[in-house]
Write a protein that binds this ligand. Structure first.
Ligand code: NAP
Length: 284
């Protein structure tokens, strides 16, 4: 029986044990998967015993950046992103990967007509947030060739990210200067204890609405299916379009499933059973 885990703090809300457990069962893999609460001050001690205990793990808030210092190797993409969310124990060598960026890309393109993402090339996209997950989202959007705008409560962090990913930082008060094709919420607003909150003022959606072009709103929050961010996007889209709804909404649940699927493949070398993973968390 191969033991896997997800670490973070807090961790009790994590859907990964249910999702990865279902995937192991579906594929007949002899493995266990548990959630482990690791406080920041205990990360060093936890990692000291990790290689002897676990075959791999997922990593979530607040450890995605700090865990890198305890690994033998970090793959190039994760290093560019600056965050690791998957660690594989390869015969005692701990190797770090980032699967959030692929999860984001696959969830975004799943709902789009052009599956290669060509519709985003040189088009303005707005990332709201500048934390660890925002780094993976910015990396993914640059890979797709988008023109990147980043806004954040703490503007200096948006400026730092914009510098690293060749984007533009934009203050929350200047958002009407652009007309984004895609807007991504990658803040904690929408998650407990901030259910019902959006990082954006509701009126902004109306000013962004394009009459002809299909626009996208993507919320990385996965604990709520209908977040305030997505509700506001939908209302904004309905109000201004003479042709009805032309706004595509993507939930964080899809990103969670796809990032977990890539992690499963890294853990087992087998193709992930996406539908079993989806069924395990839908409605939770
Ligand atoms: P993080 O590193 O802690 O960053 C949090 C971000 O939220 C920062 O930009 C922060 O702004 C902003 N924020 C926090 N509280 C705020 C408030 N009260 N008002 C305005 N902005 C606030 O977290 P993370 O790892 O990047 O995660 C961000 C979100 O992505 C979370 O909701 C997480 O669940 C989600 N996520 C989803 C998936 C998925 O698979 N669906 C994967 C990874 C992450 P400041 O810089 O000003 O503090």
């Amino acid at each position: 029986m191969k033991p896997f885990c997800v670490i973070g703090s807090p961790i009790s809300h994590s859907l990964s044990p249910r999702m990865q457990g279902a995937a192991f069962k579906e594929k007949g893999v002899e493995a266990s998967y548990e959630a482990v609460e690791v406080l920041p001050e205990n990360l060093k001690e936890f990692m000291a015993g990790f290689a002897d205990t676990y075959s791999g793990m997922n990593v979530t808030i607040p450890h995605k950046e700090n865990v890198m210092r305890y690994l033998d190797e970090v793959d190039d993409r994760a290093r560019t992103i600056g965050a690791v969310n998957t660690v594989v124990n390869e015969g005692g060598r701990l190797v770090g990967y980032n699967t959030d960026w692929i999860g984001f890309t696959e969830a975004l393109l799943e709902g789009a007509e052009e599956k290669n993402g060509a519709f985003l090339v040189n088009k303005p996209v707005l990332v709201v947030g500048a934390g660890g997950a925002a780094r993976a989202v910015c990396y993914a959007l640059k890979q797709l060739g988008a023109e990147l705008y980043i806004t954040n409560r703490t503007l200096e962090k948006a400026e730092q990210l914009a510098g690293e990913f060749q984007g533009h930082a934009l203050a929350l008060t200047k958002l009407n200067k652009i007309q984004p094709l895609l807007v991504v919420n990658v803040t904690s607003l929408g998650m407990h204890p901030h259910e019902g909150e959006s990082p954006l003022p509701q009126e902004i959606w109306q000013s962004w609405k394009h009459a002809q072009v299909q626009q996208f709103a993507f919320d990385c929050v996965y604990t709520q299916r209908t977040t305030q961010f997505l509700k506001d996007a939908l209302i904004g889209g309905f109000k201004s379009s003479p042709h009805g709804h032309s706004l595509m909404l993507v939930t964080g649940e899809n990103m969670l499933i796809h990032q977990g699927a890539v992690a499963f493949e890294l853990f087992t070398g087998q193709k992930a059973p996406i539908e079993a993973m989806r069924s395990a968390i839908v409605g939770s």
